[in-house]
Design a protein around this ligand. Structure first.
Ligand code: FAD
Length: 499
């Protein structure tokens, strides 16, 4: 029988997406020739430092020691994201990587909270979340594996230097046989009949052919769009931010164990603490704010001395209509971009890689696999988009044209229904898989002032004093656990401080 297996792969692009893909493939495909081409002249996007807990599983799957990874990337721990000024100016809440309370008698915790809230409880729901309280206390400890412990109710991720992460994965990949070429791809050559990509040509006319191509070339989508013309779904009417300015600064205090996202007049500002510096940036919407005002706003709101010139970036929020077309799959910014409000891009890279491994093709690139891959990626992009749109829509802000637009804009189909269901009786539409599950939606709903009118009717059979006691017990368990946790700075010093 003819061997139709893929013998050679070319990856175009050596940013986070390119090197994560190369590392994952090199780890599994021992007999496949893997080549990565990147252009020093073009460089990488140079941002992308806040991650989600899933990245830990990616690192583990590669057999990489987490502390070695943290040292190599100047990383800190991350237990959530603090959203400031989103519901109203002056508001703040943390979206934690973990639960609020725990179900009692089979009923979700937030129903109990809503019942007491209606009776005058004025504590934020974050008081019942260990990662929220630990973040506020600037503490960090590894979660417990004992399911009965309150210390098992959270997860964690990292803040890291994206450039160092790429270098780290480059070493890993080259040690496992990936060949790297520096040069600029100037032509993508297709087979006449099938339209499959046959080869790419560099500016010095060197040609690389392969059975399969991975487009990690960034926003432009050199293979997937410029050659295969798969098209792009533009989502700027729901997520109108389309520009960013990034400026790293010197650290002036011990790193926080969470990211900050502070809403501004026409967008928002990020603050990402690494061990040795702080990543700052301002994401904004060009119809509502010009570049000069955006830069002034950012400079007026950073602490610490800038350590490089501002990096100006432009993007179109949305996704490629097909991330996989013929014998080419796009991973990373070439597949689409959702603004980094919830640090979802590296997760989408990881998902793209994992799904590619699940549906790994032969040279024919059977349509059934390709279509399923595209369906799953589309679904995840749409779910994440809706979660991001919720942050903008769930606001009472009316202090600028930007906030008036996002507060009143028509919502994507399905999101309106989800919000109404929650408002009516605290129901959270639960996906069976995907990234942001119930606790994440609860964090944003409650954090931005969407409180259900009713709680689960079954609570009416439970005396209020029992509910008060349950909530008090949870709060005091959390407080004593947080009290005993080491500080975030001490945890870093103990496990992964820079040499
Ligand atoms: P790039 O970094 O752009 O890399 C493209 C590569 O392709 C480069 O190596 C380039 O040299 C190469 N290339 C391009 N054209 C050619 C050519 N013709 N020939 C040869 N090589 C070529 N993600 C998160 O998860 N968390 C965050 O906090 C976060 N913050 C972000 C903030 C902003 C403002 C932006 C814009 C993005 C952010 N992201 C974040 C997304 C994250 O930066 C990207 O997902 C990640 O860096 C992956 O980028 P990439 O590798 O796809 O593209």
């Amino acid at each position: 029988m003819q061997d139709n297996s893929i013998k050679s792969i070319v990856i175009v692009g050596g940013g986070t997406a390119g090197w994560m893909t190369a590392a994952a493939l090199a780890n599994l495909l021992k007999d496949t020739k893997i080549t990565l081409i990147e252009s020093d002249q073009i460089g990488t996007v140079g941002v992308g430092e806040a991650t989600l807990p899933h990245l830990r599983f990616f690192i583990q799957r590669l057999g990489i020691d987490e502390h070695a990874f943290m040292r190599a990337t100047n990383a800190t721990y991350k237990m959530g994201i603090e959203f400031i000024n989103w519901g109203e100016i002056g508001d703040a809440y943390i979206h934690p990587f973990g639960d609020f309370g725990h179900p009692i008698k089979g009923i979700d915790f937030h129903h109990y909270y809503v019942k007491l809230h209606q009776q005058g409880l004025n504590k934020p729901i974050g008081q019942y979340s260990l990662p929220v309280m630990a973040s506020k206390a600037k503490k960090f400890a590894y979660p417990s594996t004992d399911e009965k412990s309150i210390l098992s109710t959270y997860s964690y991720a990292f803040h890291m230097d994206a450039g160092l992460f790429s270098n780290f994965l480059r070493d890993y990949s080259e040690t496992r046989g990936v060949t790297r070429f520096e040069g600029m791809v100037t032509r993508v050559n297709q087979c006449n009949e099938s339209g499959f990509i046959k080869s790419v040509t560099l500016n010095d006319e060197t040609e690389f052919d392969a059975d399969f191509f991975i487009d990690c070339s960034g926003f432009k989508g050199l293979l997937i769009e410029q050659c295969l013309k798969t098209g792009y779904d533009d989502w700027r009417h729901w997520l109108p931010c389309d520009r960013a300015i990034a400026i790293p600064t010197q650290a002036t205090s011990a790193p926080l164990p969470y990211t900050k996202a502070t809403a501004r007049n026409a967008g928002w500002q990020w603050r990402i603490p690494l061990q040795n510096r702080v990543g700052n940036g301002h994401i904004y919407s060009s119809p509502y704010m010009n570049d000069d005002t955006a830069l002034e706003t950012l400079l007026a709101n950073i602490d610490g001395k800038p350590i490089s010139e501002p990096n100006f970036l432009r993007f179109t929020t949305g996704k490629r209509k097909k991330a996989w077309s013929k014998n080419c799959v796009a991973i990373g910014l070439s597949a689409g971009f959702l603004e980094p409000l919830e640090s979802t891009s590296i997760h989408l890279i990881q998902l793209g890689i994992m799904k590619l491994l699940d549906f790994f093709p032969d040279r024919n690139c059977d349509e059934i696999r390709v279509n399923e891959y595209n369906r799953m990626m589309q679904l995840e992009f749409e779910r994440l988009r809706d979660f991001l749109v919720l942050h903008y829509h769930a606001t009472q802000r009316s202090d600028s044209a930007f906030w008036n637009y996002v507060r009143t804009m028509p919502l994507p189909a399905g999101l309106d229904h989800k919000i109404k269901l929650f408002k009516e009786r605290g129901r959270v539409v639960q996906y069976s898989e995907g990234l942001f599950l119930k606790a994440s939606w609860l964090a944003v709903y409650f954090g931005q002032g969407i409180i259900p009118t009713h709680y689960d009717w079954q609570l009416d059979t439970i005396p209020t004093e029992h509910i008060v006691k349950q909530l008090d017990d949870i709060e005091s368990d959390i407080n004593s656990a947080v009290h005993q946790m080491p500080s975030h700075a001490d945890s870093i010093a103990q496990h992964c401080a820079l040499a």
